[in-house]
Write a protein that binds this ligand. Structure first.
Ligand code: S3P
Length: 441
């Protein structure tokens, strides 16, 4: 992409840090950046986005909508947040893509776009990279078919490449087997163009960025406990959106500050949406010194500054409704747990097996290379803290959050840590290497 330098280093070497006091810049939120491009594209009029995350995943979303005829203009060269102008076409203005839509590594891109494409009057095909082509899409295809969509793919439509023949959809009612913002959002996006009411109930509340942004774009969306509903067809009006910093990216520096000696790290303008802020609750329960300051609201999302200092951490129990509130932070929480005294048990997190990698198996394997004692459970991890970590030669498994979590482990491990295939950090955190290097003194 012009003007943006991607992190091309394949290997990341980390040495233990002696301390850091200062500010670290955190890039724009990935989930909100995706949704701003999507809703901006299907809205009428212009959507101007500030602090858009130009990570590989969100660029995949930009390219998919460009392929459907939407004019999307990226400006600036800051890898942590850019300005974007989306010239919305309205739902009926999207055109049939001439080629396969490529969602790259991004589950959010593929699943949410499936919901949009299901009700549009054209044929389209979707694929992704090696990791995404192994992730379950049937969980979205099945409810969309119940609404009237025609969807094909490998394994009966469970695996990409997928083909979608858009049809007039009818609203329907669904109860999801797992809390998933991607499933919920795909169904609600399909509901925008369906006749009648579409209702989704989750077993626990997942991130609600879609609901908040749809409301911000003028859609009458109803939320009652864990149930969300929308009556279609509706139209959206383009809006200015300022994207908060990504709490999932801040999490690496929050844990780093807590486990490092002599650290005080400040991160400004971080999204603190309660459906995402489980990491703050867990770090506080572990005994971390963490302050949330200057709380305010930006474009319908709560935002604050977060300050974390060196702390003595202790093990905790994590499970139940807390899991969807920190689903992407579990790899780095596992690192915090390895540095804590006592045992940490993470349960009810089987969804981690179908993320960019099997994050339970991968964290158990990679953390044990550092000398940590980790047991993989069917739905989580048991981590026996308090062992001195040793620098290790480890692998990201081409999963951005694993690469960054292992970097944090390297900060406190004795000797050098070498992380192979670490360039994938740019999926969600372009410039991670530069920000991280600052705290390794
Ligand atoms: C996301 C939802 C979550 C999360 C992912 C982003 C979203 O996935 O893990 O990184 O933007 O909606 P699930 O909905 O599959 O849990």
């Amino acid at each position: 992409m012009p003007g943006v330098e991607q992190d091309n280093g394949l290997i990341f070497r980390v040495r233990p840090s002696k301390g850091f006091k200062g500010e670290v810049r955190i890039p724009g939120d990935k989930s909100i950046s995706h949704r701003a491009i999507m809703l901006g594209s299907i809205a009428e009029g212009v959507t101007r986005i500030e602090n858009f995350l130009p990570g590989d995943d969100c660029i995949s979303t930009v390219n998919c909508f460009r392929s459907m005829g939407v004019d999307i203009d990226l400006s600036g060269d800051d890898p942590l947040g850019m300005g974007v102008t989306v010239s919305g076409k309205g739902l009926s203005g999207l055109k049939e893509p001439e080629d396969v839509l490529d969602a790259g590594n991004s589950g959010t891109t593929m699943r949410l776009i499936m919901g949009i494409l299901a009700g549009l009057p054209f044929f389209s095909t979707l694929t992704g990279d090696h990791s995404l082509r192994r992730r379950p899409m049937g969980r979205v295809a099945r409810p969309l078919r119940e609404m009237g969509a025609e969807i094909w793919g490998r394994q009966g439509g469970n695996l990409a490449p997928l083909a979608i023949n858009g049809r007039q959809l009818q609203g329907a009612e669904f109860t999801l087997p797992v809390a998933s913002a991607q499933m919920k959002s795909a169904i609600i996006l399909a509901g925008l163009n369906a006749t009648g009411t579409t209702t989704v109930t989750e077993p626990a509340r997942s991130r609600d960025h879609s609901e908040r942004m749809l409301r911000y774009f003028g859609v009458d969306i109803k939320v009652d406990g864990n149930t969300v509903s929308v009556a279609g067809p509706v139209s959206l009006k383009g809006q200015p959106v300022t994207v908060p910093g990504d709490i999932s990216s801040a999490a690496f520096f929050m844990v780093a500050a807590a486990v490092m000696p002599d650290a005080v790290i400040t991160m400004r303008n971080i999204g603190t949406n309660p459906s995402r802020s489980g990491i703050i609750d867990v770090l506080a329960a572990m005994g971390a010194s963490i302050r949330v300051e200057n709380e305010r609201e930006v474009s319908g999302e709560p935002v604050a500054d977060i300050v974390v200092s060196s702390s003595e951490l202790k093990g905790v129990q994590i499970g139940g409704d807390l899991i969807p509130r920190l689903i992407d932070e579990i790899p780095v929480i596992a690192v915090a747990a390895a540095c804590a005294t006592g045992v940490t048990e993470i349960r009810d997190a089987a969804e981690l097996k179908v993320k960019e990698s099997d994050r339970l198996a991968v964290m158990a394997k990679e953390l044990s290379r550092f000398g940590a004692a980790v047991e993989e459970l069917p739905d989580g991890l048991r981590i026996y803290g308090g062992r001195r970590l040793r620098g290790a030669s480890c692998h990201s498994h081409c999963d951005h959050r694993i690469a960054m979590s292992l970097s944090v482990a390297g900060l406190v491990a004795e000797g050098e840590t070498v992380i192979d295939d670490a360039a994938c950090a740019s999926i969600s955190f372009p410039g991670f290497r530069e920000q991280f290097k600052r705290i390794v003194s």
